[in-house]
Design a protein around this ligand. Sequence first.
Ligand SMILES: NC(=O)C1=CN([C@@H]2O[C@H](COP(=O)(O)OP(=O)(O)OC[C@H]3O[C@@H](n4cnc5c(N)ncnc54)[C@H](O)[C@@H]3O)[C@@H](O)[C@H]2O)C=CC1
Ligand SMILES: O=C(CO)COP(=O)(O)O
Length: 335
Amino acid sequence: MTRVAVLGAGSWGTAFALVCADASSDVVLWARRPELAQAINERGENPDYLPGIALPAGIRATSSAEEALSGAEYVVLAIPSQQLRTHLAPWSALLGPASVLVSLAKGVELGTAKRMSEVIVEVAGVEDDRVAVVSGPNLAKEVAQRQPAASVVACRDAGVAERLQKVCHSPSFRPYTNSDVTGCELAGATKNVIALAVGMAVGLGFGDNARASVITRGLAETTRLGVTLGADPYTFAGLAGLGDLVATCSSPLSRNRTFGEKLGQGLSVADIAASTRQVAEGVKSCESILDLARRHGVDLPIVEHVAYVVRGEMTPVEMLRSLVSRSAKPERHGW
Ligand SMILES: NC(=O)C1=CN([C@@H]2O[C@H](COP(=O)(O)OP(=O)(O)OC[C@H]3O[C@@H](n4cnc5c(N)ncnc54)[C@H](O)[C@@H]3O)[C@@H](O)[C@H]2O)C=CC1
Ligand SMILES: O=C(CO)COP(=O)(O)O
């Protein structure tokens, strides 16, 4: 039986652990707080992040990273992007020599502008052919309810991607392989920022034209950034690109879209952040993605405008007005 360690018992870590257990793996789920690990083991559910969803018997929780990592062939990192480096550093010495590291996080690191797979390679000191990414339209609650969903397993090494694909191919979860790690990661991180912009439009009371326009132009700028950084343009038309963008920008389950909606309704960043324990990655990644784009001379107007709102330099209505009144141009200008 394949041994999988999932580090991070938030909503997506727990849902992904359930997928791997459904796909017949032996899963150990690491929670930061011992009381959460205990509750998961005693109640067979994660009361803080996925209440009411029964977890399969194949999942065992622990707050000891050493216990979770012991013998793990796949080490799944389900920690928010800005916390990944700090958490991974002490775990690196505990990793098996052939273990595969899998990132679930959708963000870009502040300060370094690095993608999560780059952070993992640097901190764990492993080659990038041992680092994989899972990204797609995968709202945790729906996945945990075993509603059908597809996703992408990306790794530079095709053999590693195919083996990981089997590890998480359950009766309700269908992963496809892809070798474009850069494209999948940039798509996953940037869609969170686009979802903030869509949420603001919804919160302001605008309808489907505004939503579809922001989604489509958001995809255009994401593709422009990705292609400049060497990604495959087709990735952005796939599950990790358009698929995740549509799911996140349409669903009230999305934390990023909901965060944006509250901004559109007039609440402040600080008040919204204080009202939830869950991460809306786009609130921080708007700055790191903008930083990355500037380092490569790429124009990302929607991401830039979301950053203005998050910094308090524009209101959501000013943001949308400013985006609409930008200088006229052809729909396709470069990628
Ligand atoms: N929830 C979802 O539907 C999906 C989430 N993701 C991505 O997965 C990653 C993890 O997200 P979730 O599990 O949904 O997050 P969550 O907010 O539900 O849980 C966060 C997890 O990280 C841990 N953590 C460690 N240090 C933390 C800190 N300083 N602050 C906050 N939490 C900390 C928490 O204990 C918890 O286990 C994010 O990058 C997210 O974008 C990807 C696909 C789906
Ligand atoms: O990434 C997600 C769905 O694929 C979840 O999006 P949120 O982080 O906005 O909830």
